[in-house]
Design a protein around this ligand. Sequence first.
Ligand code: NAD
Length: 480
Amino acid sequence: MKVIQNYIGGKLQAPQNKMYMDGYEPASGQVYAQIPDSDEQDLQMAIEAAEKAFPIWSNLSALKRSKHLRKISELIEQKLPELALAESIDNGKPLKLASSVDIPRAVDNFHFFATAIEHFASESHFMEQTAINYTLRRPIGIVGCISPWNLPLYLFTWKIAPALASGNCVIAKPSEITPMTAYLLSEICIEAGLPSGVLNIVHGRGAQIGQSIVAHPKIKAISFTGGTSTGKHLARTAAPMFKKLSLELGGKNPNIIFDDCDFENMLKTTVHSSFANQGQICLCGSRIFIQKNIYEKFKDAFVAEVKKLAIGDPLQEVNVGAVVSKEHQAKILSYIQIAQEEGGKILCGGNKFIPSSKRCKEGYFIEPTIIENVGYLCRANQEEIFGPVVTITPFETEEEVLTMANSTEYGLAATVWTKDLQRAHRVAEKLESGIVWVNCWLLRDLRTPFGGVKSSGVGREGGWEALRFFTEAKNVCIKY
Ligand code: NAD
């Protein structure tokens, strides 16, 4: 049994109340870890440690902070196999995905912001013969970073790295469903010699320790990634204290396929964008719209390709692993049921999956599922399912597909497949979405603004956007 500890004031510590929760391995359905059920007392200790560390950390040169972060990045890279295995066991994702995407991205997150801070500059505004203004950007103080379970270390570090690089001290909380790699990150920070109190990681339930972080008056900014309803709740708590908020929330992303696309490339990528990480990536394209004259061709080819996906023990050579929890499995299956009640026809999948390996018999698996004949305003096409389930819907015109694509409350990411450059620009401009990929998916440049519109969030992460979020701007005006 692995026992996770909080990381407070540079030390690994048991929760003050000595309470732990069970941590499950999704592939086996068995308890394999104990997770601190931290409360206010642990948060208070973390706040005190961060307050003590802040004057020193915030006044270190950017270069010195950068060196600390680069060391962390190097250690994550050195421990990639161990971290990838831990991520796969904790989350249910295929080991090869954790090894090729999740952990390398955590390495990149620290490296990217370690170097970015050395190049970060602010503006000056010159008033002819009168004055010069310059923008002073200083760290905020103590900030909170709260992340979800789908890309555990990847998203945790995506917040922590820019917050630390900018000179803040951080109180971070990973998802209680997948806390293992955040715990291993604490060990790495100790090994890297990160000064104590600069980063504090407290584990526990969202409604308890998460809520306390958001409500604490000494935490001046919150960077949150998670569900839209949690985001709403969080905003209600934080808004009266005028905290800075960055909210990365749910999605229901359209994947729009025009008849002039590069069919082979589109098909290969669409299988991936539908079912990577069991469809549990906020950027997955769960509503696939296909132009009518290639609809039947697409349907046959897509179903055939999806049927070839290997599903099973994530520690083996598979394409699809387990979904993250028993509750999430039940939620996904309930949406498959809803889609059928709404007239949907299942073309493949639709059920729980029981792998042949003995250790996975009680695991939380679902067959990759394709459903057609669901109206675009139906619940299965409007609400986030966040699992290996996609719908396919034909369309005739650009106007029609834009209406359908923009019909949800969400607006995180969209994918467009066409060889017509004019159309690509036109459609990208009209999509209500924070991110549009044309003829590709999940091609990421960490300098670009990342985030959603409508109920998919507020604010942007990535590049300068993140460094601006984690600093306060002050204008200094000097008269000649
Ligand atoms: P969630 O909202 O249940 O939990 C996210 C985090 O918030 C967890 O650490 C949780 O413990 C914490 N939390 C829960 N209640 C809280 C509260 N009252 N106060 C403070 N913290 C609280 O989300 P989840 O189920 O872990 O993740 C899945 C969701 O995340 C999906 O909706 C998905 O689309 C979204 N997501 C969005 C992005 C993005 O970039 N927009 C990326 C990944 C996942």
